[in-house]
Design a protein around this ligand. Structure first.
Ligand code: SF4
Ligand code: SF4
Length: 438
């Protein structure tokens, strides 16, 4: 069974929603569609206040450089482009559209050119970005000029609670596999490997039966963070991605399950990317579910739909290991929003940090082989070369170190901060034209 070094075994809590078939989510009265739902620059609005738009109509064009098109998820009237609260706490520009509930649609024209270039152009046109959370524009990733021989599909879904990819794999099996084949063409890979954790044996077996030529399923040990890019690549192919290099340098491109489904929808059904399947779960959600959710849906609509308690222990967007705490239900979903969790008090620990007892558990847990305890000490002493030497720049923010720490130290926050400081110092040194990194 494929796996990687270190990592942790958090309680999966997937039973809450794993048996819930995918259904249509709430139909919001108004959507706040973020212009920045991807890595790169915000898209540029092409509609104005007062304009009527259809579901599937382009409302913001990809900016120059790294960016992605944005489409309307509803039919209705544009009320304007305005600042709206985001998970980071900052206001960012969103397009507010009042839903008229007529559900009038406007899709992309049929795609005749199924060559590599034709598929890549359609993926870019449809505004598809990585749906696993990273939200990197997919056409750029698949369009690499490096020689790629394996398309790796991340079906690990290793974060606790989240089950939307699992449901897609068992309910949309043929469409998902068609998307995998289209992604193979788009990146020039001769074969595809789908990595699935062994807590989803039924999905692995189903896919293995249906996969066909040059597509195989690799069953992986259930361990967190099995779906992290470098860990997944090693677990499925035994290849390692050198520090500072991309998976394509190891001949691999990694896409998420729902990215592949989005590619199939865009190429074969002419549907641009304006909705996705996400999980709403947690013990404080009265009705856990896997739902098709339109981008720009306020979290409050999901709370009402799934009977999520606002005064629960904690509300989290994304998984409990890497997700972010939700401080306002006015925040809206984007293409990369995989889940919204309503956690009871007994599901989230709120312990006070105490002094490090030097147990070394954080070092043993780190899947990147780093020394979180020493990085934290270097950060506190502002010893930047030491922080770099212990590997702060390679941190993938998985949270394993914090999870195992018996002293409840805020290790992941410390290592992320050290990484940010090192990157800032590196950028400042580059601006000055210096050769030294830090
Ligand atoms: S140091 Fe970073 S990569 Fe290592 S366990 Fe902590 S969060 Fe994960
Ligand atoms: S796990 Fe916590 S207590 Fe143990 S060495 Fe790391 S920081 Fe110290």
């Amino acid at each position: 069974m494929g796996t990687f070094a270190n990592g942790v075994h958090p309680h999966g809590s997937k039973a809450l929603s794993a048996g819930c078939p995918i259904e249509r989510g709430p139909e919001p009265k108004a959507v706040y569609v973020p212009l920045l739902q991807h890595i790169g620059r915000p898209a540029v609005p092409v509609v104005q206040a007062g304009e009527r738009v259809l579901c599937g109509q382009l409302i913001a064009e990809a900016a120059e450089g790294l960016s992605a098109n944005v489409y309307s998820p509803v039919s209705g009237t544009v009320k304007g482009v305005l600042g709206h609260i985001t998970l980071s706490g900052k206001k960012r520009e969103h397009i507010l559209i009042e839903n008229d509930f007529t559900e009038e649609e406007m899709f992309l024209p049929p795609l005749a050119d199924r060559s590599r270039e034709g598929i890549l152009a359609r993926i870019a046109e449809a505004g598809i970005v990585g749906m696993g959370g990273a939200a990197f524009p997919t056409a750029v990733k698949l369009g690499t000029d490096k020689k790629v021989d394996i398309l790796l599909v991340n079906g690990a879904e290793c974060e606790p609670y989240i089950t939307c990819d699992y449901r897609v794999m068992i309910e949309y099996t043929q469409a998902f596999l068609a998307g995998v084949r289209l992604c193979m063409t788009a990146c020039g890979a001769e074969r595809a490997v789908i990595g699935v954790e062994d807590n989803k044996k039924d999905a692995a077996a189903l896919l293995a039966r249906a996969a066909g030529e040059n597509v195989s399923v690799r069953v992986l040990k259930t361990k967190y963070p099995q779906g992290a890019e470098k860990q997944l690549i090693y677990a499925c192919t035994k290849r390692t991605v050198p520090e500072g290099k991309l998976p394509a340098d190891a001949g691999v491109v990694v896409v998420n399950v729902q990215t592949a489904l989005a590619v199939q929808r865009a190429v074969e059904e002419n549907i641009p990317c304006y909705e996705r399947v996400m999980t709403v779960s947690g013990k404080a959600a009265g009705r856990p579910a896997n739902l098709w959710v339109k981008t720009g849906t306020p979290y409050r609509d999901l709370a009402v739909f799934c009977e999520g308690k606002e005064d629960c222990g904690r509300i989290v967007s994304g998984g409990p290991m890497m997700g972010e705490s939700v401080f306002s239900l006015k925040i809206c979903t984007g293409k990369g929003t995989s889940s919204l969790l309503f956690l009871d008090k007994d599901e989230c620990e709120n312990r006070n940090a105490s002094a490090c007892i030097g147990c070394g558990r954080c070092v043993q847990a780190c899947p990147m082989g780093l020394s979180p305890v020493f990085i934290e000490q270097a950060l506190l002493g502002e010893r930047w070369e030491e922080a770099e030497a212990y590997g702060a720049l390679q941190c993938i923010a998985c949270g394993c170190c914090s999870y195992v720490c018996p002293a409840s130290r805020f290790l992941v926050q410390s290592v992320k901060l050290a990484k940010k400081k090192l990157q800032e110092r590196r950028a400042a040194a580059n601006v000055r034209g210096g050769k030294k990194d830090v």
